[in-house]
Design a protein around this ligand. Structure first.
Ligand code: SF4
Length: 385
């Protein structure tokens, strides 16, 4: 019998068990409760109702075609100014070549997000997507955050809806979830004051969904935001998802405390704690009842913690992500990509069934052979029963 140790949580437990939606105040109780057992159990309940023991991942490539950016977000350690020796800026043919160099059989998704380049014309982006499409017809190009889409709208002098439409025609498959950071104005002014505004970010995703372009949503946490501001961020996403149903997954991104102005000004050297990461994932899983997947991003919270997170509501661990640079520039200590075998082992040894998917969550393969560590899997299954 599962005992609820925090009496304030009892009505929340009953609602989640009945499959009902939580109010904002009830969501805040999840952020404050000391009863971690119950929090974990509820998050796992929601996860298993949706997906049973399945955990999803994608065999993916990461490519940042430029790090040149004029926006100046204070949390960013990736961007460089033009002329900086750290700067890079690939022509479309070089982008195709880079993908060819990193190519492995079975890769389905290319994830590209980059800086806001001050001089590249609109035609450059269409050409890049078209050339990728022609060179790798089976590759699903997931590219351009809503912040980048706004930038493309400015340089093309076209509305964002038209930008999205033309990119889709050129071969764009999906949008990543970046640029969201934290929606609250107070925080946005301090960490991303020149970036797309929250309402515009949401509008661009609304427009993408209206064109049949599925997207993800992120939240950068662990810097100056309050817990209310985190939940407010999720609340705005939940409302848009009610309206469009176009989000695939929600991805909390833990702030990385190296080599950026925000970390320096806060005197912050520490990463988020594992407990904060897990609680945040669990709250997201319970509160975002209309999202299919909560993603544990191993690049930022480590592959060890991501395994634990599979009991805290996470049903997707992103992918092999070969050659990630944005989080690593800010101090992420994880490897620059993982093999598919490693992803499978991570999921199996946590007692879950690995499901390889593509960018649209079509199932590529269910890795349903016996877990590699059967005793551990058995013990975990028993503990969860
Ligand atoms: S987070 Fe993106 S938009 Fe902001 S400075 Fe870095 S690269 Fe530019």
């Amino acid at each position: 019998m599962n005992r609820v140790r925090d009496p304030k949580l009892l009505p929340v437990v009953e609602k989640v068990e009945r499959g009902e939606r939580l109010s904002f105040e009830e969501g805040m109780l999840l952020y404050h409760t000391p009863d971690l057992n119950t929090l974990m159990r509820l998050a796992n309940l929601v996860r298993e109702r949706k997906h049973g023991d399945k955990t999803f991942f994608v065999h993916s490539l990461r490519l940042e075609f430029t790090n040149i950016c004029y926006v100046g977000c204070t949390f960013c350690a990736f961007a460089a100014r033009k002329g900086d020796p750290r700067a890079w800026d690939y022509d479309p043919d070089v982008v195709v070549e880079k993908v060819r160099e990193k190519w492995e059989p079975g890769i389905t998704e290319l994830h590209m997000s980059s800086g806001h380049h001050p001089n590249r014309p609109w035609s450059y982006y269409l050409e890049m997507v078209s050339k990728l499409r022609a060179a790798f017809p089976t590759l699903q190009v997931k590219a351009f955050t809503a912040a980048e889409i706004e930038h493309l709208s400015k340089i093309s002098k076209k509305p964002t809806l038209e930008v999205l439409r033309e990119l889709k025609e050129a071969g764009l498959a999906a949008l990543p979830g970046g640029g969201a950071e934290i929606f609250a104005d107070r925080v946005r002014r301090q960490i991303a004051k020149n970036k797309v505004k929250a309402e515009k970010w949401l509008q661009i995703h609304r427009e993408a969904h209206s064109l049949g372009i599925r997207t993800n949503a992120t939240m950068l946490y662990g810097h100056i935001e309050t817990l209310e501001e985190r939940l407010d961020h999720m609340d705005r996403l939940r409302k848009l998802q009610d309206e469009t149903g176009g989000f695939h997954s929600f991805i909390p991104l833990a702030f990385q405390p190296d080599a950026n102005d925000l970390a320096k000004s806060l005197g912050k050297r520490e990463f988020t704690t594992g407990l904060d990461d897990l609680r945040n994932l669990a709250v997201a899983r319970i509160y975002l009842d209309n999202f299919d997947h909560i993603k544990g991003y191993w690049v930022m919270i480590s592959s060890d913690l991501v395994q634990v997170s599979l009991d805290w509501g996470v049903s997707d661990i992103d992918g092999t992500i070969i050659d990630e640079h944005i989080a690593h520039a800010a101090g992420a200590t994880s490897p620059l990509g993982l093999s598919k075998q490693k992803m499978v082992e991570m999921i199996q040894s946590a007692g879950r069934v690995p499901v390889e998917r593509d960018a649209f969550y079509n199932v590529v393969k269910v890795w349903n052979q016996l877990p590699l560590v059967p005793e551990k899997a058995k013990a975990l299954a028993k503990a969860r029963a």
